[in-house]
Design a protein. Structure first.
Length: 343
């Protein structure tokens, strides 16, 4: 009788190498190739991990539930994870079209890559806490290797149109990067928790007083060294060089609106009150910084070009998304304390 029950149970399961295994729901199908929930969970976990590094633990629930354009932050994160998963699968399909399959890639390379990604974390712990599994993780690693091989092939093919020149990198540095110094008077404590209303008002008055002195021609660097509460300023005495998305939006927008050497009015962000001085930036005036950043700019340009290609490849592919599976995922399904320690 017991054997009969076991046999009946196996009829609704998929037989694995070690017996019966639960059928994982499909999230994505591209040209008939399916990707299941554990694979999607990997991308979601990696994105969620980035957030745990930038938002204090006591603010996470508020952060996840914050709405923008009718969606919570967590729903937006789920959409982004789906996009990343889809793009990786599109690249994999294109690579297979060009004969780049990685099927012959030996397990030693995959294992080595995996160890680098996991660090001191065991596979079992990682799979359990992120709701993924070995099959999904191995597939993702092979697709990463596929992507690298595909990029190399495209960049070597003169007819592919996939070129990132030195001139284009210089143009990007000159036009899409900005340089600024700032004086920050904080309205949060060292754990990014808001100060009292009285303390915040005092911070605003202090910032106004410093702004007036800066606008009246006092040496900006001297004021910054005396008053700024941004610890990063000490390690960046010549100013921050950044591109879109690397600073909080208010700081970025204010810097872009200034002329070189112009000083802003007070700029309020979640950190406090900023007084920003935009500085000139070009390859000619900042050759050393350009040389330091050139590789990162090149890699970003390659990623941007690959994104453009993905949009083109997508037009000729059949893509189906099982949105109902994604919609059921809650923000509590991956432990944030584990993601924080894993990073």
């Amino acid at each position: 009788m017991k054997r009969t029950i076991a046999a009946l149970l196996c009829l609704i399961m998929v037989f694995g190498a070690a017996g019966c295994s639960i059928v994982e729901p499909t999230v994505l199908t591209i040209n008939g190739t399916t990707a299941d929930l554990p694979e999607y969970n990997y991308y979601l976990a990696m994105l969620k991990m980035q957030v745990t590094q930038s938002v204090s633990a006591d603010q996470l629930d508020i952060y996840w539930d914050t709405e923008k354009d009718g969606k919570t932050t967590f729903e937006i994160l789920k959409d982004k994870a789906l996009t990343e998963m889809t793009n990786m699968r599109i690249v994999s399909e294109k690579a297979k079209e060009l004969g780049i399959t990685m099927e012959s890639q030996d397990s030693q390379m995959v294992s080595q890559y995996k160890r680098q990604m996991l660090g001191q974390t065991s596979e079992e712990t990682f799979y359990k806490e992120t709701n993924t599994n070995q099959k999904a993780f191995d597939n993702i690693i092979r697709m990463m290797l596929q992507r690298t091989a595909l990029l190399q092939q495209l960049m070597m093919d003169e007819n592919s149109g996939f070129k990132v020149s030195e001139d284009s990198i210089k143009k990007t540095f000159n036009e899409e990067y900005w340089k600024a110094k700032h004086i920050l008077i904080k309205t949060v404590d060292d754990s990014n928790n808001p100060l009292s209303e009285e303390q915040q008002k005092a911070a605003q008055e202090k910032a106004k007083s410093i702004l007036e002195r800066a606008k009246n021609g006092e040496d900006f660097d001297a004021l910054m060294n005396e008053f700024s509460e941004d610890p990063g300023s000490k390690s960046q005495p010549d100013g921050y060089i950044f591109t879109a998305g690397e600073m909080v939006a208010e700081f970025e927008d204010a810097t872009k609106s200034l002329e070189p050497n112009q000083i802003s009015d007070l700029v309020k962000t979640s950190y406090g009150y900023h007084i920003i001085k935009r500085l000139p930036l070009s390859v000619e005036t900042d050759q050393e910084k350009y040389d330091e950043m050139k590789e990162n700019i090149y890699n970003a340009a390659v990623t941007k070009e690959l994104d453009r290609q993905i949009e083109e490849w997508k037009k000729s592919m059949t893509i189906e998304v099982n949105q109902s599976v994604v919609d059921k995922i809650t923000k509590d399904q991956m432990r944030e304390d584990f993601l924080l320690s894993f990073w």
